[in-house]
Design a protein around this ligand. Structure first.
Ligand code: G3P
Ligand code: CA
Length: 278
């Protein structure tokens, strides 16, 4: 199609597992990420927050109430307290075809640190699979740069901040709804890809431009459904589109038709099957 021809790069659509294979296993746990890798996802998505003692953990909500047996804000809890919680039992195992996580708390369903997830990424890549990770900074404004500082420190420790060899994609990218957060990342490591997430398109960005510091656009599926022409505008402006959260077959179909570069989904297995890649 016309839109497809305008894609800046002609690679197959990347399938990114949102919070891991989070339809099948409890989100942001090792169980969900291992399942996503087993399902064949090209990349993993995670949200990161700072604990009271300065560790980055993969938790979506401000509080742990929904996804664990504990209560309270991540920012008010130390890692030791979070490590004592069970992040798996809230998820109904009966809904899952063959649950591979144990209802007894253990590593598969305890709080996942970004450090542990980076280890999994590095191990998987060392095994020859070019897995990538998209890390979303949550509430970076509140922490005035500490989230990005800690994140970049970890990337350096795992040697994931070096420029990739020519022609290869970066193993890691940073996503945020905060342009300021992306700016901080780009200032510190200019070659690291940055994705500007959008729930709606602000009037000054309707022509496909992105805020300074952002390289890739991350529009929500709602934007894509209601303004399909926006993807073409992004492409004309030279930006790639990574769309979230694409779970329904008709949404996958629309994304394919519009030529988006990546689909972020809770159901990597089903999406890969629909794309004829399973
Ligand atoms: O991948 C982007 C998407 O995760 C943003 O929304 O609320 O799921 O973090 P949210
Ligand atoms: Ca997210």
């Amino acid at each position: 199609t016309q839109a497809r021809q305008q894609r800046p790069e002609q690679h197959p659509i990347q399938v990114i597992a949102h919070r891991g294979a989070s339809d099948d296993a409890p989100e942001h746990t090792l169980a969900a990420y291992r399942k996503a890798i087993e399902d064949g996802a090209d990349a993993l998505e995670c949200d990161v927050r700072l604990t009271a003692d300065g560790h980055l953990v993969c938790v979506h909500d401000r509080r742990v109430n929904r996804t664990s047996n504990g209560r309270g804000a991540v920012s008010a809890l130390e890692l030791n307290a979070l490590a004592a919680l069970d992040f798996g039992s809230w998820k109904d195992r009966d809904e899952t075809e063959s649950p591979d996580w144990d209802p007894v708390p253990g590593e598969l369903t305890s709080v996942l640190t970004l450090e542990r997830l980076l280890e999994l990424l590095v191990e998987t890549r060392a095994g020859g699979r070019p897995l990538q990770l998209a890390i979303e900074t949550k509430h970076p404004t509140r922490w005035a740069g500490q989230v990005e500082e800690r994140l970049l420190h970890l990337l350096k420790r795992f040697e994931l901040d070096a420029p990739p060899p020519a022609g290869s994609p970066s193993p890691v990218r940073v996503m945020s709804f905060s342009a300021r957060s992306l700016h901080r990342v780009r200032d510190a490591v200019p070659h690291l890809p940055t994705v500007y997430l959008m729930q709606f398109v602000s009037p000054r960005l309707r022509d496909g431009r992105l805020p300074a510091g952002a390289r890739i656009a991350g529009p929500g599926m709602r934007i894509v459904r209601s303004h399909p022409g926006y993807i073409e505008r992004l492409h004309r402006a030279g930006h790639r589109a990574h769309v979230w959260t694409v779970n329904e077959p008709e949404d996958v179909e629309l994304c394919v038709r519009l030529g988006v570069e990546a689909i972020i989904t809770n159901r990597p297995k089903q999406v890969l099957a629909q794309l004829g890649r399973s």
